[in-house]
Design a protein around this ligand. Structure first.
Ligand code: NAG
Ligand code: NAG
Ligand code: NAG
Ligand code: NAG
Ligand code: NAG
Length: 471
């Protein structure tokens, strides 16, 4: 279109320049006295005004116009065709490009799918293998596995320096297993435990939590089942077989968690050589279990039932529902994982950290009778359980960890059961591996034990009296 216009203006200019010589401009007043400019162009054949020559002139102009139109339309057409052809070329190129892109993406996706399928198959294989192994071990006749002193080493699995993922889980699975009938509830457990109450601050070394050290790594789980779990040492061991060196471990991934791994000491634990695997009569829920005075205390799967398992007799010693406790996802810590009921032991005894419908999700602390599991006394705090990453007890005080993932987080709240008062605190705490699923205090070792994303770590803690002039 632009082209057409420019041709027309060129044409007009040509016509105009032809008659340029005969043009004149005049100025005169019209009858109303206004100035009028007149532009006059003399006709080429002035003498023969309306005549044949005028016609030929018109014809000539018409012819030229037709020619011009033809030219213009030809040019326009070429231009349009040009764009059209160019467009086709372009879209063809684009199509090729897009096709190649799609093909590349499809190939990539197919490869990814293949890789993922392989991974899934491998994992399924591993799980099936582990299940078969567990089943096989379960069906094996019970053996007397109690060992004393020197013979204990015979029960230890092979020491294999080439220690692989699958091999690790096998090593741990193949360790000695002793199954117990599910319903052996012994009244033997109802014995009076002497009160753990300590007479003075000096002998207990109690105080408020002043600081927590950097995490010290003791063991990294290789198997997928080791993403989270519980590991502990008994702060006050009883009985002939287990000492304050014994390490206890439960991998908390799986539908039916029943295996309790026993390690002779920290060294064997670090190497991944359990001396024994106990199969618990009832499955474990989540990571809230604790070991205290020769018993494993834990929450039965999908229930508010607390269980005490005597580690020496390897049998259930007590069983009691924790009144009104939320369970299986009602009041977990912020990371979820059915961490509704968290057992803890400290200088002052056995505790359970949970919530109830009445407390509307706020943390409730109950002190338990270690023998019967009866609630001795309860406290309701003002901090929501699902707003904190974890919690633990030190010297009768509850401490909450703000986050389970933030590497540099804080212990952000403290509740003292002695005064029934809570307050905000800010003690730095490091989640080095960014998924801390369990934090428990061991007062004998004066350490926090934690399970942070496959990593089993301890933290040193410092207790004392901050800014209160006490010591
Ligand atoms: C287990 O360890 C042995 C070496 O003792 C090694 O040959 C084997 O490949 C390992 N198995 C797996 C599944 O990694
Ligand atoms: C420990 O010391 C603090 C401060 O001196 C005191 O308030 C508390 O009652 C003491 N606890 C015991 C068990 O003596
Ligand atoms: C555990 O069982 C053993 C053997 O039956 C018994 O001697 C011990 O007192 C029990 N321990 C607890 C804490 O109940
Ligand atoms: C966490 O704190 C340590 C010092 O305690 C510091 O070196 C590190 O840079 C901090 N990391 C982040 C992510 O803030
Ligand atoms: C472990 O127990 C022994 C005595 O059986 C004791 O000497 C030692 O200090 C205890 N260790 C810890 C860390 O409690």
């Amino acid at each position: 279109m632009l082209l057409l216009l420019s041709f027309l203006s060129l044409f007009c200019f040509a016509v105009f320049s032809q008659s340029q010589g005969q043009a004149s401009l005049s100025r005169s007043n019209d009858p109303n006295g206004r100035c009028v400019y007149s532009f006059t162009v003399v006709s080429p054949q002035e003498s023969s005004c309306p005549g044949g020559n005028a016609k030929s002139e018109m014809d000539e102009v018409l012819t030229r116009l037709t020619l011009l139109e033809a030219l213009v339309s030809r040019l326009t057409a070429r231009e349009e065709r040009g764009t059209a052809f160019g467009g086709v070329r372009h879209s063809e190129e684009n199509l090729h490009e897009a096709y190649a892109q799609v093909t590349r993406e499809r190939n990539q996706l197919q490869q990814d799918q293949k890789r993922l399928n392989a991974q899934v198959q491998k994992l399924q294989g591993t799980v099936a293998e582990l299940n078969r192994e567990a089943e096989r071990l379960r069906q094996r006749p019970c053996e007397q596995t109690h060992t004393s002193g020197g013979t204990r080493h015979e029960n230890r699995p092979l020491r294999d320096p080439v220690f692989h993922f699958e091999n690790t889980s096998y090593q741990e699975m193949k360790a000695k297993v002793k199954e117990l009938p599910a319903s052996r509830l012994l009244p033997e457990g109802i014995q009076r435990a002497s009160s753990p109450k300590l007479s003075s601050n000096i002998s207990s070394g109690c105080g408020e939590l002043l600081s927590v050290g950097e995490p010290v790594l003791h063991r990294k789980a290789d198997a997928i089942t080791g993403k989270y779990g519980v590991w502990l040492q008994d702060p006050d061991p009883q009985g002939p077989y287990y000492t304050n060196k014994t390490v206890w471990r439960i991998d908390s991934i799986g539908r039916e968690i029943r295996q309790l791994f026993v390690y002779e000491d920290m060294d064997q634990f670090s190497k991944g050589f359990p001396m024994k695997v106990l199969v618990l009569p009832e499955p474990v829920e989540s990571t809230g279990a604790t070991v205290y005075r020769g018993s494993l205390y834990y929450q039965r799967r999908r229930s508010r039932t607390l269980l005490r398992y005597n580690l020496t007799s390897e049998s259930l010693a007590s069983r009691l529902d924790l009144p009104h406790a939320g369970f299986h996802g009602q009041h977990p810590y912020s990371w979820g994982g059915y961490t509704d009921i968290d057992l803890a032991a400290d200088e002052q005894g056995l505790w359970v950290i949970y919530s109830t419908g009445k407390a509307k999700g706020a943390i409730v602390i109950s002190q338990l009778d270690p023998a019967s599991l009866e609630v001795r006394r309860s406290w309701e705090t003002k901090i929501r359980k699902n707003s904190v990453g974890n919690a633990f007890m030190v010297c009768g005080r509850l401490y909450t960890v703000a986050s389970y993932t933030t590497p540099n987080t804080t212990i952000n709240y403290m509740f003292d059961t002695a005064t029934s008062e809570g307050q905000a605190v800010a003690v730095p705490f490091v989640n080095k591996y960014r998924y801390n699923s369990m934090v428990d205090y061991n007062h004998a070792q004066r350490k926090l034990y934690a399970w942070d994303n496959f990593h089993m770590v301890t933290y040193d803690v410092r207790l004392g009296w901050a800014g209160k002039g006490r010591s």
